[in-house]
Write a protein that binds this ligand. Structure first.
Ligand SMILES: Cc1cc2nc3c(=O)[nH]c(=O)nc-3n(C[C@H](O)[C@H](O)[C@H](O)COP(=O)(O)OP(=O)(O)OC[C@H]3O[C@@H](n4cnc5c(N)ncnc54)[C@H](O)[C@@H]3O)c2cc1C
Length: 611
């Protein structure tokens, strides 16, 4: 058993920032991560960090752009905190040595990004995330913060009061990927989940194989609601063969999108008459797929992104990494030919419901970064707004978990609090537990009796689960279940959604859940058993995919990244509210909470969103 004041699960941008903050607040802090910190997915971030740094720009403009980009589903107190704190937190990175790109006069450069009214995106070439991780990891090492890397967190140790709002989180159970040993990590003050996104729920994604929504699933099964899970961002410029991202920085620098007719379709067909390629991502992704559907796609699949006119010098200076990606993954030389691009799953706007201090409704359980929903992105995240979220809310979660008083949060969280109504949508299958005999191979709620000996019992249960998985010598392999799930999500819960399609996905998810009862691990070894780890991750993906599909089915309107064929308009009268899904006793319950449009000094009145 290991013991610390604050345990941070995850070592991406959010986890590293939370750990530094908790340590600075005086807590004995440790990071537990399935990957070495600098391999975390944040390292793939290319384009930059939004922060109002320059004269002529200010946090209010950043907040306004973010609320508009969110299609008025962001909570104003969180959005304003993001915009207010981003400049200072970005400059702190600069003081820690982050090698930001610079202008001739030495000032940090900023580039235009989609949906921004000012060039506000601070960057380090097209490798911003890589430098962000390395800069913060250096600070972690410098402070002597303990890092347990290649430890996979399997579950939370949480008390089992009926009301999730009264539960306490005492720590986590993790297994050492190197040795297979399963141990408890006791957190005297708090656990911060910073486990990143759930992109692997989809077949075509810009996310790494490590993005399996583990934190989402663990918190959900422990009773913390997941918020706005239906809002998935599909990035307009992923490479068709692999999903590898071509940064929005290319369009920010002046890159142009063309269809098979050589037309600059964003203007030609009026998708975004003012901003063109730099409209927000949901708008551009829908435009591209509409071009393909109307026969103006290339190979019936993609469109072209052209940056040749920017010239070799500028490309090499600001976008060199993009040249390598296009060459390595598509065999295309971006200096002499356009690059093929199509929309790919990219980001989850929703996540574990938290307040501005990262607190969930479970005492001692925090979340930050992409796994959390505070909510700043609402229905659609603006490019460049995730990295500031990591540093602003990662820092706040770390400080609060360490016991610092950050004042009363304006956003309320919790199961059942302020419940407005419950869904009456007809569901095609009973979601949640498979309804078959419990074989013990699937993690249950992660909730383990009362506080006494809680962590020991949680460890025991996870050891038994792994023994059961390893004892089987036949059944279905996780890869089969995972690819079926991913295909169903990409086919039916993509950019364009229909009720019938989403229902099909829910039925497939149900089948995956049933097949999972017979899952088996082929690799008998206890060391570096990626088969075992991916089997556990696959269960998490099933739960998370189900919340995405459930949210997509009940939200019968078109808002931000969520488009529904049956109702292609934003319905502010009925849907200015967050969708919350809570797992209670294996039975997902859906409820809603109103969006907060009142900021510090003004109210953000929903307007028609045009670019
Ligand atoms: C290709 C790409 C480019 C992007 N570019 C930008 C950009 O330019 N600007 C921007 O603002 N946003 C960008 N984003 C979004 C942004 O990068 C991510 O949202 C953000 O980096 C996520 O950070 P995180 O700390 O929440 O998670 P991650 O960086 O994914 O870290 C998750 C951590 O959790 C750990 N973990 C997960 N599960 C477990 C477990 N069970 N046990 C133990 N540890 C676990 C992992 O080891 C990892 O350390 C981009 C996203 C992608 C995919």
């Amino acid at each position: 058993m290991y013991e610390h004041d604050v345990i941070v699960v995850g070592a991406g941008g959010a986890g590293l920032r939370a750990a530094i903050a908790a340590h600075e607040a005086g807590a004995d802090t440790a990071i537990v991560s399935k990957l070495h910190p600098v391999r975390s997915h944040t390292g793939a971030a290319e384009g930059g960090i939004n922060a109002a740094l320059q004269e002529g720009d200010d946090w209010e403009l950043h907040a306004y752009d973010t609320m508009k980009g969110s299609d008025y589903l962001g909570d104003a107190p969180a959005v304003e905190t993001l915009a207010q704190d981003a400049p200072e937190d970005t400059m702190r990175l600069e003081h820690w040595g982050m090698p930001f790109s610079r202008e001739e006069d030495g000032r940090v450069s900023q580039r235009p990004f989609g949906g921004l009214s000012y060039p506000r995106t601070t960057y380090a070439g097209a490798e911003t995330g890589h430098h962000l991780l390395h800069t913060m990891y250096e600070q972690v090492v410098k402070r002597g913060i303990q890092v347990y890397d290649e430890w996979y967190v399997m579950n939370l140790a949480t008390t089992d009061e009926d009301d999730p709002n009264e539960r306490d989180c005492h720590g986590v159970v993790a297994y050492d990927v190197q040795s297979g040993q399963i141990e408890g990590f006791k957190a005297n003050n708090g656990v911060v989940l910073a486990t990143g996104g759930p992109g692997q729920a989809f077949d075509h994604t810009t996310n790494a194989v490590s993005c399996t929504g583990d934190g989402h699933a663990m918190a959900y099964r422990a009773g913390a609601p997941l918020e706005d899970m239906e809002f998935i961002q599909f990035h307009p410029t992923s490479l068709p063969s692999t999903g590898v991202l071509i940064s929005e920085g290319v369009r920010g620098e002046g890159g142009i999108l063309y269809n098979s007719e050589g037309e600059r379709f964003m203007f030609e067909y009026g998708y975004a008459n003012n901003s063109g390629e730099l409209a927000s991502r949901d708008v551009v992704a829908r435009a591209e797929l509409t071009e393909v559907a109307e026969g103006r796609g290339i190979d019936d699949e993609y469109v072209h992104l052209d940056m040749r006119h920017l010239g070799e010098e500028r490309i090499m200076d600001r976008l060199e990494n993009i040249l390598h990606l296009a060459e390595d993954f598509e065999g295309v030389d971006g200096l002499v030919e356009p690059m093929p691009v199509k929309p790919g799953q990219h980001y989850a706007m929703g996540g574990i419901e938290t307040d501005e201090n990262g607190q969930t409704c479970i005492n001692g359980l925090y979340a930050a970064g992409e796994c959390a929903c505070v909510s700043v992105h609402g229905g659609n995240r603006l490019g460049g707004n995730a990295l500031p979220e990591l540093i602003v809310f990662g820092k706040r979660a770390g400080r609060h978990a360490a016991g610092e008083d950050l004042g009363e949060a304006e956003i309320r969280t919790g199961y059942g609090d302020d419940v407005e109504d419950e869904t009456d949508t007809e569901l095609p299958v009973q979601p949640g537990s498979a309804g078959l005999a419990d074989t013990g191979v699937a993690a249950d709620g992660g909730v383990t009796a009362d506080a006494e000996g809680l962590l020991e019992r949680a460890v025991e249960r996870e050891r038994e689960r792994v023994d059961r998985l390893m004892d089987r010598d036949s059944g279905v392999q996780h890869a089969e279940i995972r690819s079926k799930l991913q295909q169903a999500m990409t086919d039916h819960v993509n950019v364009f959604r229909t009720a019938e399609g989403v229902k099909k996905a829910l039925r497939t998810i149900r089948e995956c859940r049933e097949e999972y009862q017979n899952v088996y691990v082929d690799d008998p070894s206890r060391t570096f058993n990626t088969d075992l780890q991916q089997t556990i991750e696959t269960r998490n993906l099933i739960d998370v995919a189900e919340t995405i599909a459930l949210g997509a089915l009940v939200r019968n309107e078109f808002r931000g990244a969520h488009w529904r064929q049956e109702n292609q308009v934003r319905d502010d009268e009925n849907w200015l509210k967050h969708t919350l899904i809570s797992w209670n006793g294996g039975n997902p319950e859906i409820f809603y909470r109103p969006v907060i449009l009142e900021g510090e000094e003004k109210t953000y009145e929903p307007k028609e969103r045009s670019y």
